[in-house]
Each structure stands twice: as structure tokens, then as C-alpha cells.
Design a binder for this molecule. Structure first.
Ligand SMILES: NC(=O)c1ccc[n+]([C@@H]2O[C@H](COP(=O)([O-])OP(=O)(O)OC[C@H]3O[C@@H](n4cnc5c(N)ncnc54)[C@H](OP(=O)(O)O)[C@@H]3O)[C@@H](O)[C@H]2O)c1
Length: 229
């Protein structure tokens, strides 16, 4: 049975992925920002283990993990958690920049560093849920897009470093997806939110599972998922 470490499993795309993997009986280690959230995740996914650490504070993740039992087998590490805060460069504060860079870029690097020994042993898979903003940056999206451009660089470097050892690395670039994050984007853009216009998180989960389940002779490097209507 495969063991998956998943961030962001409490909402949106991450919840859809976790539900699929849980339903087929895979072994889940669900990351949560704090103990209360971990308790909710454990209740929602019976049998799953949890791992606590605030991604907004990557400097403390190592300390937090040193006080918990880490899984000794990891077949896949799915970085799905993320945050967004829109605003023009002229108004974005260092706090807003740091928060997005910490959660979206530095924490995934730190989590990857922690689980690389297990991933190498399992010839495992690292999946980064990126964004269209990781490929193109638009007005008002600088900090989020910078964090996601950085995440692409992290994934590309990791892929080259670990390819010979059999660790696969995939970046998934979803377009607008109906989730609490997208509701916030609409609110910050001053637009009315109609979830029916955007990608269903289940469809992004299908794309992620396709990459994950591909036999070991092949690796999806980059996968762009756009709204179909
Ligand atoms: N929605 C879109 O349109 C869209 C488009 C392209 C890419 N993406 C990317 O897809 C991924 C998932 O987004 P989503 O739309 O599913 O968003 P979402 O519903 O807002 O979920 C975000 C998840 O990240 C977790 N998280 C945020 N800050 C955290 C922290 N400090 N520590 C630990 N966990 C934290 C949240 O935890 P809690 O459950 O505890 O709040 C939540 O589970 C993100 O990386 C996002 O950038 C989304």
C-alpha cells in the first residue's frame, strides 16, 4: 500500500485528492497547520495519520517534526497547500510577500528536504501544485506569482537532482478552480463569485492522480489544467 504525505488536505484541491486516495485504501499522512486542524482531519479521514507544522513559519518546521513520529515510508509527497493575497506592488507589504513566499515556496522546499531520504528509498514522487501564475505574472498578482514561479524553479532543480535516483517530480498548473481560495480571489478582485464557472477541484484531483499513477517508466514533468468552458 502506498503512503502519501499531503499538505492542504483540509480544503479545495487537497481535500479532493485526499478523498480519492483514502477511498482506495492508500495510507495517508495529512499535514495540518495546528493540532486542532489535525484532529479535524483525523476525524474526516479515519485511519489517516497527521503531521503538524505551520507552513507560514518554515524555520520552525524542523523543530515541530522532531517532536513527532515521521512516517518511515513515503511513496509520494503532495504539496497542495497554498495562500494568496492580491494587490499592486505599490501596496503589498513585506508581511504579505513573506507570508506567500513562506507557505507557497519555502515550506515546500523544507518539507521536501525532510522527506527526501524516504522518497529516495521508495523511488517516490513529489507533486507540486503550482498555478497558471507560476508561468505568467499579471497586474496585482506579483507576490503570489513570484512564489509560484519560485515553486517551478524548485521543482525543476529537484527533478534534475533526483532523476538518476528514480524520484519523479511533477508540477501541476491549474487555472481558476472553485475553492475557498478562488472565492477570496474574487472578493479581492471585487468580482461576483460563481463557482460553476471554474474547474471543479475533483477534475484537478483526477489530473494529479493520473500523474501519480503513471507507471515508473514514465514521468509527467509539467501538467497545465485550464477551465474547460
Ligand atoms: N483555487 C484556484 O483557483 C487555484 C488555481 C491555481 C492553483 N491553485 C493552487 O492549488 C493549491 C490548493 O488551493 P485551493 O484552491 O484548494 O485552496 P484552499 O481551498 O484555500 O486550500 C488551501 C489549503 O492550504 C492550507 N494552508 C494554508 N496556509 C497554511 C499554513 N500556514 N499551514 C498549513 N496549511 C496551510 C489550508 O489549510 P486549512 O484547511 O487549515 O485552512 C488549506 O487546506 C494551492 O497551492 C493554490 O495556490 C489554486
Amino acid at each position: 500500500m502506498a503512503t502519501h504525505v499531503i499538505t492542504g488536505a483540509g480544503s479545495g484541491i487537497g481535500a479532493a485528492v485526499a478523498r480519492r486516495l483514502h477511498a482506495r485504501g492508500d495510507d495517508l499522512v495529512l499535514h495540518a497547520r495546528d493540532a486542532g486542524r489535525a484532529k479535524q482531519l483525523a476525524a474526516g479521514f479515519p485511519g489517516a495519520r497527521t503531521l503538524v507544522g505551520d507552513l507560514a513559519d518554515p524555520d520552525k518546521l524542523s523543530w515541530a517534526f522532531s517532536h513527532q513520529t515521521l512516517p518511515d515510508r513515503v511513496d509520494s509527497l503532495l504539496h497542495i497547500a497554498g495562500v494568496i493575497d492580491l494587490g499592486p506592488v505599490g501596496e503589498l507589504t513585506p508581511k504579505a510577500w513573506r507570508h506567500q513566499l513562506n507557505v507557497n515556496l519555502i515550506a515546500p522546499a523544507e518539507l521536501t528536504r525532510h522527506f527526501l531520504p524516504q522518497l529516495r528509498a521508495a523511488r517516490g514522487h513529489v507533486i507540486f501544485v503550482n498555478s497558471g501564475s507560476g508561468l505568467n505574472a499579471h497586474a496585482g498578482w506579483s507576490a503570489y506569482a513570484a512564489s509560484k514561479h519560485g515553486l517551478k524553479a524548485l521543482a525543476d532543480s529537484l527533478r534534475e537532482e533526483e532523476h538518476a535516483g528514480g524520484v519523479r517530480v511533477t508540477s501541476v498548473y491549474p487555472g481558476r478552480t472553485a475553492s475557498p481560495m478562488q472565492a477570496k480571489v474574487h472578493q479581492q478582485e471585487g468580482k461576483e463569485y460563481d463557482p460553476g464557472r471554474w474547474i471543479d477541484p475533483e477534475s484537478v484531483a483526477t489530473a494529479i492522480l493520473m500523474a501519480l499513477d503513471l507507471p515508473g517508466d514514465a514521468e509527467v514533468n509539467d501538467l497545465t489544467v485550464r477551465p474547460g468552458r
